[in-house]
Design a protein around this ligand. Structure first.
Ligand code: UD1
Length: 420
């Protein structure tokens, strides 16, 4: 497995451009299954999750071409049964369930596997399908959903930890071809849900309210092909902003949507990091000494769970005490033990991590456990003195386009070590 070798202590300087959002492109790719006509998706990030989703679409019978950030899909004739092993391996692949059910009236998809960041149930996805009049059975590791005709319904999608992002997308994609009107209450408000709704609307769907907790969908008979450009990845932008602050550098982030990052920008400013917003660019640097801040992750527009690990690194570098509470995924503190190897002092009390910041971090071999934890460890390695080797970086390649290349352009001393 590849690893990253980082020589720390170099402030990041320069310009970086944000790629298309991973969490937008995956459900949008799934949505192309809703029509037999060709679809074109632009600003597609070069990620292993994207290639994986392309394989899943191909295995269902779609023609898929991916080159230079442009994806062309034609799902002329598709089958309702996904490849068991392909789907099981990537959680995001669950979002093919809604489109297959909507278009074919039947879908059989393997249950997505567990994940180190906590139990990741799909009960809300299945509740939504049932509410649309589908029968749902789970058998031999597969979920089967079936409906003669999907019927529009009032669906409450709030769960124990709030709304579900992919669940909202899945139900929306099933409902666009249902008979009548569907109203999703307690819908996820994430920008990626809005991006999906915009793509579906271009395909001929009738959707209003995306981005609010109530989404109304009026079913149509069929969807047609469409072209779409994916929104910029807000978590990638947040990661670079935090990395600039952590290394005491100064960078300009281009092609971002700062309006999708209000909670992150607000916390950075509270931590004494200057973030100058100007259209689609953000200039980030420390104002002086960092200040400790408390953070609680929440559904959008609250602080994103996907930026929690990175922000924890910043707090380990900040003199004082900060409390970071995780409200979305209960076990999302896998990075804590690895940060401790670099000298961070963090204790976990239930859903909160208490960070005693201001310790000097020094490089060590560490192990990436999930996508965002990996990004956090890379930031920590760049802020630490000496050398840090981040192992198992295939997690990073799932969700950050050419991150080592982008960081090197900003001056980071970072080298990919390929396993021979
Ligand atoms: C998406 C993102 C992920 C992000 C997460 C929360 C993608 C590909 N992934 O994941 O990067 O961290 O949103 O912003 O878009 N839940 C249930 N039952 C369900 C579904 C979810 O209880 O049926 C719970 C989850 O365990 C979690 C919470 O709801 O506690 C939110 O999860 P959800 O929004 O569904 O996450 P994903 O959509 O899988």
């Amino acid at each position: 497995m590849d690893s990253l070798l980082i020589k720390g202590g170099v402030p990041l300087h320069g310009d970086v451009t944000i790629s298309g959002a991973k969490n937008s492109v995956l459900p949008i790719m799934a949505a192309t299954l809703l029509t037999s006509e060709p679809c074109v998706i632009r600003r597609v990030p070069d990620l292993s999750d994207v290639s994986f989703m392309a394989k899943i679409l191909t295995s269902l019978g779609a023609e898929v071409k991916l080159a230079d950030g442009e994806l062309r899909v034609r799902a002329k004739k598709i089958k309702p049964v996904g490849d068991y092993d392909l789907i099981r391996k990537m959680r995001g692949s669950i979002c093919i369930l809604g489109p297959l059910l909507g278009r074919l009236g039947h879908a059989q998809v393997s249950l997505p596997g567990g994940c180190v960041i906590g139990t990741r149930p799909i009960d809300l996805h299945l509740k939504g399908m049932r509410d649309l009049s589908a029968t749902v059975t789970v058998d031999s590791g597969y979920v089967h959903v079936k409906a003669k005709r999907l019927k529009g319904a009032d669906i409450f999608l709030g769960g124990r930890s709030g709304p579900t992002v992919l669940g909202t997308g899945n139900v929306m994609m099933a409902a666009v071809l249902a008979d009548g009107v569907t109203v999703i209450e307690s819908a996820a408000c994430e920008p990626e849900v809005v991006d999906l709704a915009n793509f579906l609307t271009k395909m001929g769907a009738q959707i209003s309210g995306a981005g609010s907790p109530t989404i109304t969908i009026t079913g149509v008979k069929a969807l047609h092909g469409a072209e779409h450009e994916v929104i910029p990845d807000r978590i990638e932008a947040a990661t670079f902003a935090i990395a600039a602050a952590a290394t005491d550098g100064e960078i300009t982030i281009h092609g971002a949507r700062p309006d999708h990052l209000s909670a992150v920008i607000d916390k950075l400013r509270e931590a004494n990091v200057s973030v100058e917003r100007n259209g689609t660019t953000m200039k980030v640097r420390r104002n002086g000494r960092l200040k400790p801040v408390d953070i609680t992750t929440l559904p959008y527009s609250g602080f994103p769970t996907d930026a929690q690990a990175q922000m924890m690194v910043l707090m380990t570098l900040t003199q004082g005490l900060s409390i970071i509470s995780e409200r979305i995924f209960e076990s999302r503190f896998m990075h804590v033990s690895e940060l401790a190897r670099l000298g961070a002092e963090i204790s976990i009390e239930g859903p909160s991590a208490i960070v005693k910041g201001g310790r000097k971090l020094s490089g060590a071999p560490i192990m990436a456990s999930d996508l965002r934890a990996s990004a956090a460890l890379v930031i920590a390695g760049m802020a630490a003195s000496g050398s840090t080797q981040v192992n198992r970086i295939y997690h990073l390649d799932r969700g950050y386009e050419k991150i080592d290349e982008k960081l090197r352009k900003l001056g980071a001393r970072i080298k990919r070590v390929e396993e021979t």
